[in-house]
Design a protein. Structure first.
Length: 408
């Protein structure tokens, strides 16, 4: 096994295999964008045509602008089409694999474990399924891994930290809850207080600069500085009489106050007020929802395949059967990865005394807190997988080393 991993063309072979698998996926599973994905796609088309980020009633900020703006640029410089967006997904994910590989080598200074991380991500089933989806997850993960890699190579050099801050700033424009995600890296890096403060300020200020134009635009359009007009709505989805711990439109449809206006800013403010009143008046009901939110966040990792099923043009086809069958290996892969991580991270931390072993744990805690505030959804943990993979790869590397020692 170790001899195979050490082959000089191993990385290239994995990258090519990952490319071929994902190309085969998007060609075979010819799907249409549905739900949020349809909005991203049509919004990107409008941006590419120079119409701006608009909805049915003029300027919009309901969905974060990051991914539609990126896809709009792609469509502007190349051509519009679902296939183009899918090919970009593949390129981004192949880059994610390389960034994870390079990050591992910096953190744990080992080639074998870095190559194991390449294998795990190359063949990770649910992430393969995202190749065909016009979803923000792959783009967001790319920005997170790019920001992390730039942080790791910075060695406190301001220029690299600014570049890292730009990447995390763009990630914030894609998913606003990620604004403080960079703090996880600060927790893992061993620096004195001055270096902590300097790094924090550079990353924080850079992100503010990156997101400021969008905040100013939204203040001009809606009268408030906001990254998106769905904070209150999402809070209501997770905190109301009708909440289930996961995403459902029922809370939004049930309140007549939300139906009385088409103004998304006012609608979001009303939703926020309703949710806040519920939290204040029914804290026990809010508390009872917390385990459900965590359950829906972590219990499965097949939603990418599920969205492929939703987007199938012909639901009475062999493709539907294949997708349903693929859910099982995808879930097993995820559960095994999670089990190995839970089993190994403590002993690895004690063995190596490296805070970066806890990178996956901090990522898990961060998104868990976000989900406890709002609601749980498997899509939310998409970006956590590579951070978990880093630690799992270290464990597998040490297992291989221990086996080699026992044999020889």
């Amino acid at each position: 096994m170790k001899i195979i991993i050490q082959h000089k063309y191993f990385i290239l072979i994995c990258i090519l295999l990952g490319l071929l698998i994902r190309l085969a996926w998007i060609i075979f599973f010819d799907i249409e964008p549905v739900s949020d994905f349809h909005w991203y796609y049509t919004s990107a088309q409008r941006i590419a045509l120079g119409r701006g980020y608009i909805g049915a009633n003029g300027p919009t900020a309901y969905f974060p602008v990051g991914y539609p703006a990126f896809l709009g640029l792609v469509f502007y410089f190349f051509e519009q089409g679902i296939l183009i967006a899918q090919i970009v997904n593949i390129i981004l994910y192949e880059t994610i694999i390389i960034l994870t590989y390079l990050s591992y080598k910096i953190i744990f200074t080992s080639e074998i474990g870095a190559r194991i991380s390449v294998v795990l991500l190359t063949f990770y089933p649910n992430h393969i399924a995202y190749s065909s989806l016009i979803a923000s997850e792959t783009f967001f993960l790319f920005l997170c891994m790019l920001g992390s890699y730039l942080f790791l190579i910075s060695k406190s050099r301001s220029l690299f930290l600014v570049a890292s801050g730009i990447a995390f700033g763009l990630a914030t424009l894609t998913k606003p809850w990620s604004f403080f995600l960079f703090i996880i890296l600060l927790f893992c890096s061993s620096k004195n207080f001055y270096q902590y403060l300097k790094t924090f300020l550079i990353l924080f200020i850079t992100q503010i600069i990156v997101i400021s134009p969008w905040l100013i635009r939204n203040h001009s359009a809606f009268g408030r500085y906001t990254l998106s007009n769905n904070f209150g709505v999402n809070l209501l989805v997770g905190n109301s009489y009708y909440s289930k711990g996961k995403f459902t439109n029922e809370p939004v449809y049930k309140y007549s106050d939300l139906k009385s206006t088409n103004n998304e800013r006012i609608r979001d403010s009303v939703a926020f007020s309703i949710a806040l009143n519920f939290i204040r008046n029914y804290p026990f009901d809010v508390f009872k929802l917390l385990p459900k939110k965590l359950w829906y966040l972590w219990y499965k990792d097949v939603e990418g395949i599920g969205w492929n099923i939703e987007g199938l043009k012909n639901t009475n086809s062999l493709k539907l059967i294949i997708l349903k069958i693929l859910k099982l290996p995808s879930q097993l892969f995820y559960l095994i990865l999670l089990f190995v991580y839970i089993f190994s991270f403590r002993q690895l931390y004690l063995r190596f005394n490296s805070k970066f072993v806890l990178l996956g744990l901090y990522s898990i805690l961060y998104i868990s807190i976000i989900s406890l505030i709002f609601f749980g959804d498997a899509r939310f943990h998409f970006h956590v997988i590579p951070y978990i993979v880093l630690t799992v790869s270290l464990y597998f590397e040490k297992v291989l080393e221990d086996i080699r020692i026992e044999i020889f």
